[in-house]
Design a protein around this ligand. Sequence first.
Ligand code: ADP
Ligand code: MG
Length: 345
Amino acid sequence: MSRNNSRTLIIISLILLLSLTGLYLCHMRNTEASEDFFAMDTIMSLQAYGKDADKALADARAAILNLDTALSVTNKDGSIYKLNSTGSCDLNDDLQYLLERSIEIKEMTDGAFNICIYPVIKEWGFTDGNYRVPDEAAVSELCKLVNASEISVNTTDNTVSLSDGAMIDLGGIAKGYASMKVRDILKDRGINSALINLGGNVCVIGSKPDGSPFSIAIKNPEPDDTGVSTFTGVLKVSDKCVITSGGYERYFEKDGLIYHHIIDPSTGYPADAGLKSVTVVSDDPTLADALSTAVYVMGKDRAVDLWHTMRDRFELVLLSDTGELYITEGLKDCFTSEFEYRIIK
Ligand code: ADP
Ligand code: MG
């Protein structure tokens, strides 16, 4: 081979090598991204793995911020504010889905989940942080209003209207729905591994990039003796949502008593059904979020009865006020805990 020929060969090889490296780098570009931000009154943390993961997460974040405005009870630019202050508003796909699911889950839980709880939530000051223990007679009147409240979803003229005095609060279901939207957006962008954590409402897409399941720790409401947070247990899951509710996250103290933000619609007072924390595991994050709130109101026995009727749709991890830990049977192969626990069959 002449000197010229071998030089040409070296140059061609170099170009080829550079192109291949470029192609590889291009393919690897943005294969891991994360976004942390504050929305819906909580800290949200998104992590995604795959091509252009950063762009996918930026879209997901924008969608959450839009939902935050639309669904907030206090944002004057949103649909819910308008609905609560005027008794009606325009219907859109998000609202239709959320209202229909809320009505379905209210029936499923015999009224333990009821988004018409808002007048009572407001009276306790949970909306503006101006906490107070309301007058008993006022609570009882508001409870009557809550239980008589009706939501009419009109798909002919695309409007929603509320019965007289009714007001709704999607705080018990909105984050679950938001995580479903994020999951859809990321999947549409070709992401097949992601961890979506909307203030303790966790949803995972696929498995970790190394193929192993994600580990989701369930916070123990009781810190250890030195005040450090501990975990009730860990769930190893792929393609699942793990959503926890408890009275320990948002509450106030008055005269030595604790009042938290999950209200029993039958009494108008903070639910006191013997549970400290409820975790719902499901493919359906909207259901899981609403059910975590409802089960906290229902207590263990009613919750287990419900699980028996629809055990293909969700599983439970329950921690009672007295420290007993229970899991439903479907979690037995993915749950671990340093505490003793019983399996509900
Ligand atoms: P978090 O939002 O703290 O994760 P939850 O999902 O349990 O907790 O939702 C609690 C919120 O749900 C309350 O702040 C209130 O807005 C609303 N809520 C409270 N009680 C009920 C109820 N019985 N049914 C429906 N929504 C409720
Ligand atoms: Mg909830």
